[in-house]
Ligand binder design. Structure first.
Ligand SMILES: NC(=O)c1ccc[n+]([C@@H]2O[C@H](COP(=O)([O-])OP(=O)(O)OC[C@H]3O[C@@H](n4cnc5c(N)ncnc54)[C@H](OP(=O)(O)O)[C@@H]3O)[C@@H](O)[C@H]2O)c1
Length: 355
């Protein structure tokens, strides 16, 4: 029997409000006028205690147009000029991965707390350097893995931890879409950190890390295109005990976009897409199957923005839910995968020469 329940923790009377962090207003500035900023901005603006007061772009014209469209007071024609504004306390950085390191570093050095899009960097060396800088400057830094904060993801971890389904033993998770080839698109541009791995694998990997922790071994196969970026990559993670995860990411096929976690006493699955599911399917071996349903709040980016705002308001440098170790280890896993695939980015050589 399938049981439908309305179960987002945020809707629970004792759960924190999804649109309020702690109450003290925090001034945010946004870096870039790209696609994802347009998608997530309303969720940041919906927080009662987050004021989005500025946007910056490489073009003053684009910044002004974006500011007018989204009711933002200040528009800057350079990211650095916005970082120099003392009233801005936190910045949300959403540029291609290849540019994350340079801009996060510049923001931290200017004294700003930082929420940066995934993947945090191109490689683990860059990620470690940014973490060291955040510590040095006593500032907040978090990779914007929004899925980690959604009610469905956290409910899934609670179910797994409850033992109802036994021990997680096998995970399958895939994410992808057919991305028409365009050498200028960041997805296909090595300078931007293009490829399926850095753009998509964060999400299925976050399910594997959430359910089973960090792996002991990684094996990958992939196809690289003529530009040298991976267009479809299959990853097998090994753990101690009888535990494995099989992840797939693709820019050339349309997979299920679902996650399934097989356990010793049943299995748990999501609907698509696994980075923002609205349903969990729970199938205990010794009981009736049920479905739990989750209503999104805005586009569901609200939860990561609330977490970043709360952490900064409370003086934390690191989110306990999305700690630095998660991001640095993710980048180390990607380094291992890229080593096996022969996948190199220009930033890899900058890392060895300048850090
Ligand atoms: N959380 C999510 O759901 C989600 C979804 C998609 C992407 N992302 C992440 O968000 C980041 C941005 O992705 P996007 O799809 O928004 O990218 P996009 O549409 O290509 O926009 C990126 C923006 O970055 C700025 N930029 C700075 N340096 C650049 C450079 N060298 N080349 C191109 N643009 C540059 C540009 O803004 P200006 O011209 O205004 O300066 C550009 O519009 C990526 O790290 C990606 O992984 C997250």
């Amino acid at each position: 029997m399938t049981r439908y329940i309305q179960a987002p923790p945020a809707a629970h009377p004792s759960a924190p409000s999804p649109i309020r962090a702690t109450g003290r207003s925090l001034n945010w500035g946004v870096v870039s006028t790209g696609r994802v900023v347009g998608k997530v901005l309303a969720d940041l603006q919906s927080l009662e205690d987050a004021n989005v007061i500025a946007v910056s772009s490489r073009s003053e014209e684009r910044a002004r147009a974006f500011a007018d469209e989204h009711d933002i007071e200040w528009a800057y024609g350079s990211y650095e000029a916005m970082f120099a504004e003392p009233e801005i306390e936190a910045v949300y950085i959403a540029v291609p991965h290849g540019q994350h390191f340079e801009l996060v570093m510049a923001a931290l050095k200017a004294g700003k707390n930082v929420l940066c899009e995934k993947s945090l960097t191109i490689n683990a060396s860059e990620a470690r350097t940014l973490v060291a800088e955040a510590k040095e400057q006593d500032l907040f830094l978090m990779e914007a893995v929004w899925s980690r904060f959604t009610p469905a993801f956290n409910r899934a971890l609670d179910i797994l931890e409850s033992g109802e389904l036994g021990t997680p033993s096998w995970i399958q998770a895939d994410l992808g879409f057919v991305a028409p080839y365009d050498p200028k698109w960041r997805l296909y541009d090595p300078e931007a950190g293009g490829g399926a791995l850095l753009d998509l694998a964060v999400y299925p990997l976050t399910w594997a890390i959430g359910a089973m922790g960090f792996p002991n071994s990684v094996q990958a196969t992939s196809d690289l295109n003529d530009d040298g970026v991976d267009i479809q990559t299959a990853i097998t993670l090994g753990y101690t005990g009888v535990r494995h995860a099989q992840l797939m990411v693709s820019l050339v096929s349309s997979p299920t976009k679902e996650a399934r976690i097989a356990c010793t006493k049943g299995w748990l699955g999501t609907n698509a897409p696994l980075h923002n599911p609205t349903k969990l399917f729970i199938h205990p071996l010794n009981g009736p199957a049920r479905t739990e349903v989750f209503e999104p709040v805005g586009e569901n980016y609200t939860y990561e923005f609330r977490e970043a705002t709360r952490c900064i308001q409370e003086g934390l440098n690191e989110s306990p839910t999305m700690p630095w170790e998660h991001s640095v280890t993710t980048m180390a896993i990607f380094d291992g995968i890229r080593h096996q695939l022969g996948l190199r980015y220009p930033n890899d050589s900058y890392a060895s020469s300048s850090k």
